[in-house]
Design a protein around this ligand. Structure first.
Ligand code: FES
Length: 169
């Protein structure tokens, strides 16, 4: 890698995140480290309690030796990356067409009611984040479905949604 473009911000990256970024970079040919941006930003996000700060995004870009604007674009585009603090249990209800036809409106309403928040919000205790409505999560055969902390739950009913939420720590 070449000269560090942001030495101050780079110092903000913990060793564990730098190691995770190095792993991501190894998956791509030399000089293609920009392709490791999503995985690298996810690693930084996980280490930072579920969201990315502007300094973290800049530090990841510097670690990868790519322009900071590229990392900012990726961080603001992909729905798995958060740029604001959110609750620690991340719940994403799919409301795309297959899930909608199978009752996702009811599923989302059940989640909102159980959590006492609207979609796009986190609970005040920081325990749950009901992510903005998702596009198709590629599990249409199990519609209606939702993803909780990267795990899929399919063929949902309002009752199963309430149970799943209640079982989260
Ligand atoms: S529409 Fe919901 S998983 Fe495809």
């Amino acid at each position: 890698m070449s000269a560090d473009p942001c030495p101050d911000s780079c110092g903000a990256l913990p060793d564990a995140v730098r190691a995770a970024i190095a792993e991501e970079v190894r998956m791509f040919p030399p000089g293609r480290q920009q392709s490791a941006l999503i995985g690298s930003l996810r690693a930084a996000q996980e280490h930072n309690g579920g969201y990315l700060t502007p300094d973290l995004i800049t530090a990841v870009a510097a670690e990868l030796d790519v322009p900071a604007i590229r990392a900012q674009e990726v961080a603001s585009f992909y729905s798995m990356l958060e740029t604001e603090p959110v609750g620690r249990n991340v719940i994403s209800v799919c409301t795309n067409v297959s899930c909608m036809l199978r009752g996702s409106d009811e599923i989302l309403a059940a989640a909102e009611e159980r959590l006492g928040i609207n979609v796009g919000e986190s609970t005040p205790d920081g325990r749950y984040y009901l992510k903005r409505e998702e596009e198709c999560l590629a599990a249409c055969t199990g519609a209606p479905m939702m993803m909780v902390n990267h795990r899929y739950h399919e063929n949902l009913t309002p009752e199963t949604v309430r149970r799943i939420i209640d079982e989260l720590e």
